[in-house]
Ligand binder design. Structure first.
Ligand code: NAD
Ligand code: UDP
Length: 319
């Protein structure tokens, strides 16, 4: 049986990846320090004979007994309010965490994939963003702790690939949504749906003309799985090219939830990217992948999930 280590296992994406690898017949070791994660995301896996959970901070030395065929490094705060609150841990998990796990991959001969991000393109001057674009990042701005951690993560991963011949993969993930996002993590979708469910107005930052392109989680997981199983060592964008302004997005959420609330406008956070849309030509050509789930369908499933949570979860404090 192939054994896989998934870091960030109790988080949004990590928990969905654990599900997928269990379904594919792997033995899954989930690792997390729960800094932004939630054990409720993986409690259904705990009794599974092919799953084990390891409560550990990957910035500390990582030890895994036995064979390890794959490592998926997904541990990292991912939402702007999380990484603004814990900027040093964000830098450490991208830098020291990635270094520790690359060392582990070398010792075990594991194939290694990192969760990079569209944030490596910063506030992009090229649109849509393709993998050849080097980005437009403010290293000392508030988002720098995340963007530069991820850029360093890509750099050290390529160095291990080139210098040590390690089998590595880099997925550049664009905004992804779905069940198990934290309602209070500040990302736009849980923010809007949480506001609608609590009967609050929806907060648009800036004038709402900035764009994002939202990918449903099952499409993303499929793209990641295909990239890991491919032989392509360079970065690949995985995301849904369907682009929308945040103002239009708020209108979709208002329609979906049937809320009577209105939108209110707040200041745009510093360095908030003005536009974002993945160019997925590479994913199409190399992985034969493209997203399947339309936003209307994905939003419906996600809304049903949030609605099914106990009411007190709507009021949980962030972080
Ligand atoms: P998340 O916050 O839900 O999950 C991250 C998990 O990592 C959490 O469970 C957290 O406790 C854990 N973690 C953080 N630091 C750790 C450490 N030092 N040791 C062990 N565990 C640690 O976020 P997510 O949305 O699931 O994102 C997962 C990964 O995907 C991140 O690396 C993120 O940068 C990347 N990503 C996500 C998106 C997205 O749209 N969700 C987009 C681009 C990139
Ligand atoms: N945003 C917003 N209202 C909110 C939360 C976010 O208008 O309550 C905006 C945010 O400024 C950004 C977009 O929505 O322009 C996406 O934000 P998110 O934090 O989800 O992701 P990221 O900025 O990392 O793409």
């Amino acid at each position: 049986m192939k054994r896989v280590l998934i870091t960030g296992a109790a988080g949004f994406l990590g928990s969905h990846l654990c599900d997928r690898f269990i379904q594919e017949g792997f033995y899954v070791i989930g690792m997390d320090n729960l800094i932004t994660g939630d054990m409720r995301n993986i409690e259904h896996l705990m009794p599974h004979p092919n799953f084990e959970f390891n409560h550990h901070d990957v910035t500390k030395y990582v030890h895994i007994p036995g064979e390890l065929h794959y490592i998926l490094h997904f541990a990292s705060p991912a939402s702007p309010i999380d990484y603004l609150k814990i900027p040093i841990q964000t830098l450490k998990v991208g830098a020291m965490g990635t270094h520790n796990l690359l060392g582990l991959a070398r010792v075990k001969g594991s194939r290694f994939i990192i969760a990079s991000t569209s944030e490596v393109y910063g506030d992009p001057l090229v649109h849509p963003q393709n993998e050849e674009y080097w980005g437009h990042v403010n290293p000392i701005g508030p988002r720098g702790c995340y963007d530069e951690a991820k850029r360093y993560q890509e750099a050290i991963t390529m160095a291990y690939h080139r210098y040590h011949g390690l089998e590595t993969r880099i997925v550049r993930i664009f905004n992804t949504y779905g069940p198990r996002m934290r309602l209070n993590d500040g990302r736009v979708l849980p923010a809007f749906i949480g506001q609608a469910l609590r009967g609050e107005d929806l907060t648009i930052f800036g004038d709402g003309s900035q764009t994002r392109s939202f990918c449903y989680v099952s499409d993303l997981v499929e793209g990641i799985y295909r990239l890991l199983m491919s032989d392509y060592p360079y970065p690949v964008n995985v995301g849904n090219p369907s682009e929308i302004t945040i103002k239009e997005f708020a209108e979709e959420i208002i329609k979906l939830t049937g809320t009577n609330q209105k939108v209110i406008y707040k200041d745009l956070p510093q360095d908030d990217p003005k536009q974002r849309q993945p160019d997925i030509t590479k994913a199409r050509e190399i992985l034969n992948w493209e997203p399947k789930v339309l936003r209307e369908e994905g939003l419906r499933i996600t809304y049903d999930y949030f609605k099914s949570l106990p009411t007190e979860r709507l009021y949980e404090e962030s972080g």
